[in-house]
Design a protein around this ligand. Structure first.
Ligand code: PLP
Length: 391
């Protein structure tokens, strides 16, 4: 199998598995216990909190463990909206956010909030001017993702943060795809809240964190015990948090090596697809792009058919985000960038990981070329062009 869907999830790193193991066995204590046995769990949670804080230039008491990206996003949006409802009810986001943000916004709309969905340009970037124009006296929150999960475009986060700061508006960013892949400094970037999810960076599933700048009064989302300084109730997922902490350590240690490798694999694949397959379009920004993202559209075929044929060859890619894949609708992100339907229909997302190799890229490029050719044999439009000598 050649796994090329790392934006959906990643394999847990072997060092992470080793680090987690004792916490399923002999170190099973509840960190809230008052006895000696709980001390290790308490201490390790604090160490992970500190490590995560250091990785984004935050303080450890600004990190809250959650069950992952969806919870962090929902908490940030719904919590901030509720907490500031007396100040205003207007929120700005973008039209290409993950559904964890968009569905939370839809929920808030039913509760009387007004949401502005900023458009993006053809590369998937929000316009700073549009953002400035959208700000109103009752705007309480700006939530713009750090990097897009489908087309890989990295947003001008520092500029967005500066605008938010200048206008005294809280800025949240969904960094689920960007954390440990892009350099993040919450202070420099004016970020007030940041969501991340462990399974996107070789940690376990079902665990993540929300950074909340100190001084922000974010109401609790889950009510119950006094865990997470009374702001996020529920017995901590100790093994998961330990695993996430190790994944952060491994990710930071390997950052440079992985960054260079993935970049060269990505460029190799992009180049081959672009130069060897006619009627092919690379989506997203070439410059401001996640290292591992290759989002590409082929005219005269259905992306789903290509995905199935690639799967039969043992190659895992996706058609958009994993959540969008089951919905069989044209991706809102591809609509957002204004991709014409004849291209969006034939789109696949390839997302690379550190363990991928150049030999795999060679094989995958060959296979895609072959399968695209085969599928186009079923397109009358394509055959007509061929007959007329255009291809
Ligand atoms: N935000 C983005 C940008 C994502 O890509 C994802 C998952 O694909 C999520 C949020 C949701 O994260 P989780 O799977 O941890 O709930």
């Amino acid at each position: 199998m050649i796994y090329l869907d790392h934006a959906a999830t990643t394999a847990v790193h072997p060092e992470v598995i080793r680090e987690m193991e004792p916490y399923f066995g002999e170190l099973y204590a509840n960190p809230s216990g008052v006895y000696e046995f709980s001390e290790d769990a308490k201490e390790i949670l604090q160490r992970v909190r500190q490590r995560i804080a250091d990785s984004i230039g935050a303080e450890s008491n600004e990190i809250y463990f959650t069950s992952g990206g969806t919870e962090s996003d929902n908490w940030a949006l719904v919590g901030a909206a509720e907490g500031m409802r007396n100040r205003g009810r207007h929120i700005i986001t973008s039209c290409i956010e993950h559904h964890a943000i968009l569905r939370a916004c839809e929920y808030l709309e039913t509760r009387g909030y007004d949401i502005t969905y900023l458009p993006v340009d053809a590369e998937g970037r929000v316009s700073i001017e549009e953002l400035e124009r959208a700000i109103r006296p009752d705007t309480i929150l700006i939530s713009i993702m750090f990097a897009n999960n489908e087309v890989g475009t990295v947003q001008p986060i520092q500029e967005i943060g500066a605008i938010a700061e200048r206008n005294g508006i809280l800025f949240h960013t969904d960094a689920v795809q960007a954390y440990l892949h892009e350099k993040i400094d919450v202070g420099k970037m004016g970020i007030g809240m940041l969501s991340a999810s462990s399974h996107k960076f070789q940690g376990p599933k079902g665990v993540g964190f929300l950074y909340v700048r100190s001084g922000i009064d974010l109401p609790s989302f889950l009510h119950g015990g006094s865990q997470e300084r009374g702001r996020r109730a529920g017995t901590e997922n100790v093994a998961g948090i330990v695993g996430m902490g190790k994944a952060v350590a491994v990710g930071e240690r390997e950052y440079q090596k992985n960054h260079e490798k993935m970049l060269s694999l990505r460029e190799y694949l992009l180049h081959r697809l672009e130069t060897e397959i006619p009627f092919c379009k690379i989506n997203g920004s070439r410059k401001d792009r996640l290292d591992g993202n290759v989002n590409v559209s082929f005219r005269f075929l259905e992306g789903e058919s290509l995905i199935i044929l690639l799967d039969m060859e043992g190659i895992c890619v996706s058609g958009g985000s994993a959540c969008a894949a089951s919905e069989h609708t044209v991706s809102h992100v591809l609509q957002g960038i204004g991709l014409p339907p004849e291209f969006s229909r034939g789109t696949i997302r390839i997302s690379l990981g550190a363990e991928n190799t150049i030999e795999e890229m060679e094989y995958v490029a060959d296979k895609i070329k072959e399968l695209v050719g085969n599928l186009r044999e079923f397109s009358e439009e394509y055959l007509e062009l061929q007959e007329k000598g255009f291809v």
